[in-house]
Design a protein around this ligand. Sequence first.
Ligand code: ADP
Ligand code: MG
Length: 465
Amino acid sequence: TWGHVRGELLKRLGKNNFVTWIEPLRFAELRDGVARFTVPTNFFGNWVERNFSDQIRQQLISAGASVDRLEFTVEAARPAVQANAAATAPEGQPASAAAAAAETPRAARPAHPAADDSELRSAPLDSRFTFDTFVVGKPNELAHAAARRVAEGGPVSFNPLFLYGGVGLGKTHLMHAIAHELQSRRPELRVLYLSAEQFMYRFIQALREKQIMDFKEMFRSVDVLMVDDVQFIAGKDSTQEEFFHTFNALVDQNKQIVISADRAPGEIKDLEERIKSRLQCGLIVDLHPTDYELRLGILQNKAEFYHNQYKGLTLAPGVLEFLAHRITTNVRVLEGALTRLFAFASLVGREITLDLAQDCLADILRASDRKITIEEIQRKVAEHYNIRLSDMIGPKRARNFARPRQIAMYLAKKLTPRSLPEIGRRFGGRDHTTIMHGVRKIEELMSTDSQLAEDLQLLRRLLEA
Ligand code: ADP
Ligand code: MG
């Protein structure tokens, strides 16, 4: 009888497996060599079939039943153990440990997966990544404001918060800052921060160790879930699947979710449409490439910190300005440059001067020397707006030429070290006030015209690539 078989299975599979996978099975009937069971969900059935059907069949046979195969069907009326688990196996495809594991590049697997990782632990937070150390400027003020709002831990006002931007622009810093702040303001909240990659590892591990229910339960019990670099799960089907259900379950419970990625949801390739549209439901804010003021602010902040650390070192005027001007893409590189500079100066016991900076940072400066030219900008912008280069530079005043022209002026100002008069010369000998007007116009429009802002970002990315 089934009762007896269950007893045997308990002995053979261990309590954990038994409670998770066997206990919820309902034996329905045995007919024509087919033993039928009802299961709470599709996913569950697939899982049991894959992993335990041999043993179940053997036990049934040793109990005297003649069983050729097992069949698992979802009992519609039966309340699901996990409402979301049912959808985890779409089109009858079980999520399998093997399939998911195939998504993991071998070399990238953790060498020593923690044997007992059943407790839900946040990835370690960098103690330096707080709101205090985050310098706010035009390019990141929206992202910062949104992060602050979430960090207050009040009622959920947008879900998810989706932060995106290029490498080294402060996404991880902001996420850690949210976590720190929440921990001190609302210590009772369960805040979970992890990278999308870690999410995948944990998921695969749970599959391997047959603790998928625990996994689901754990992830559904947090109050704030933060997943960094979500673009990582693009193309990894079972991980995406699981992420989607986790996401939905938390949103349904009105739990705050914060996501980061290196680009907007719609631009992440190989990410399921339904996930994209889910991600687009909340507030999407991007961290723009840094501008000069922000870079200088970050450097000043950092320099102050180093001043305290390396007592007695002096910093010649103009050095920070020089760095802010020359190292333009990545804040991480910018910080690295300053770190190296201070370390080097303290080693040789010299004042930090422009000369020293140029010597000590020659490689970084060379690498970040951007060779973007005004001509290149003009060409790209003309191409983008489908106008001729001659019309872009020429005197025509029609809006469809004038606007792209102003955009090119703006980009020339932002992306090259050229002065306004120099830029004017390259735009058919225009006066520097015309260029300034163009730049201002675009800056003004940028904040209200989202299409323009998007165009600019795209162009910038194309040019800086
Ligand atoms: P991302 O996750 O976007 O790639 P990070 O958050 O890791 O970038 O930031 C890279 C480095 O730059 C970190 O050391 C971070 O502290 C620093 N950083 C980025 N933006 C700022 C900022 N606005 N103020 C202070 N530090 C910043
Ligand atoms: Mg990051």
